[in-house]
Design a protein around this ligand. Structure first.
Ligand code: AOF
Ligand code: ZN
Length: 341
């Protein structure tokens, strides 16, 4: 049986959900002869889990002796919804195929299914399933917000000319992809310098501006839509402002990211200039790097990561490139830091 095919389908279904802080989960059900009879996904935190969504669409009995495929170990606890293992057992499913084990300590679904005499096949497309729920995994294991960084550079790694001209480095198709990427994150984050230099609107439900001195004009486009929070070192009566400690002359990012987690923001996409990008690198779980086939000029052009001085190339931060995609004429590299960093 080609379970990988169905697991891919689960992953695709799962992506339809806007589930934060919950995981993205999709499910396919086959009857006892291996024919697909139902599918479902988790739409939103608090609503039915993928398994329940798929099973409730079919008449009790049709799925008797069938196989259930799901990208995450079924839950076995009472949360906002009842345990999925109860329903799977009740429906007489005889085999459950799982992508990855749940990192939520409350869940021990595999054990419970096995005890009920159900065959469990675990680890099908495990890596893809873990990538799908990388935010949930980080949140559960580390109790921290997942930090992604997006940048768009020229072949010589520049984001702007010395005068700050940066519109537009990448093509329309790349910029459209940025809109898709933003949708996957609970919030986007930028700096006062970017707001002042580019006056972007950055469409999103939740926007974060790091503005130590409160230099930005609150009439700038970014403040016109969505919910905006401003991290600053000054006292302010404006309810959007969050007083933040300063470290080495800059807003303390450790504080910022832990505050975001406290606020229930499980993932954030940083879109800013070289200085903030450089400081964020230490926290970045993932980098989206668009590259445009252009060359700007000399060293007066702005570099995309103003990080640190090093003398030995072995000291550089190292990444794994997870994918290379074409957004012609540009490309997108998706990178993950290597843990030895
Ligand atoms: C989901 N959707 O499809 C599956 C989940 O509070 P609850 O009842 O929604 O439970 C949330 C937990 O259930 C979640 O942390 C995860 O461990 C498990 N499985 N969650 O939101 C799903 N299968
Ligand atoms: Zn469940």
């Amino acid at each position: 049986m080609d379970y990988e095919h169905y697991m891919k389908k689960c992953i695709e279904l799962a992506r339809n959900g806007k589930t934060s802080p919950n995981p993205m989960v999709g499910c396919v059900v086959l009857d006892k002869d291996g024919r697909e009879i139902s599918s479902g996904f988790h739409r939103k935190c608090g609503e039915n889990h993928a398994e329940r969504d798929a099973l409730l669409k079919i008449k009790n009995g049709e799925d008797f002796g069938g196989t259930l495929i799901v990208n995450l170990e079924p839950c076995s606890h009472w949360g906002k919804t009842p345990p999925c293992t109860d329903l799977i057992i009740e429906r007489g499913i005889k085999r459950v195929v799982i992508g990855m084990k749940d990192v939520n300590p409350k869940v021990s679904g595999i054990e419970i299914l096995k005890k009920a005499g159900i065959e469990v096949i675990d680890g099908v497309l495990k890596e893809e399933c873990e990538r799908l729920n990388e935010v949930f995994i980080k949140n559960m294991k580390e109790k921290k917000t997942f930090v992604a960084l997006k940048t768009a550079v020229t072949l010589d790694g520049k984001i702007a000319t010395a005068q700050g001209s940066s519109k537009w480095i990448t093509s329309e198709s790349a910029r459209n992809e940025v809109k898709n990427i933003r949708k996957r994150y609970d919030a986007i984050l930028t700096s006062s310098s970017t707001v002042i230099a580019d006056n972007p609107s950055m469409e999103h439900e939740i926007k974060i501006v790091l503005d130590r001195e409160l230099k930005t004009d609150f009439n700038s486009k970014i403040y016109k839509s969505g919910k905006v929070y401003v991290f600053c070192a000054k006292n302010s009566d404006d309810e959007r402002c969050i007083k933040t400690p300063v470290k080495d002359g800059k807003l303390d990012l450790e504080f910022v990211f832990s505050k975001l987690y406290e606020m229930g923001i499980m993932s954030v996409l940083v879109e800013s200039g070289g200085i903030l990008n450089g400081s964020v690198l230490k926290f970045a779980d993932k980098i989206y790097q668009f590259i445009a086939p252009k060359i700007t000029g000399d060293n007066s052009c702005k570099s995309c990561y103003d990080f640190r001085k090093i003398t030995d190339i072995n000291e550089s931060l190292k990444f794994e490139i997870a994918s290379v995609e074409n957004f012609s004429p540009d490309i997108l590299l998706t990178c993950y830091p290597i843990s030895e960093n």
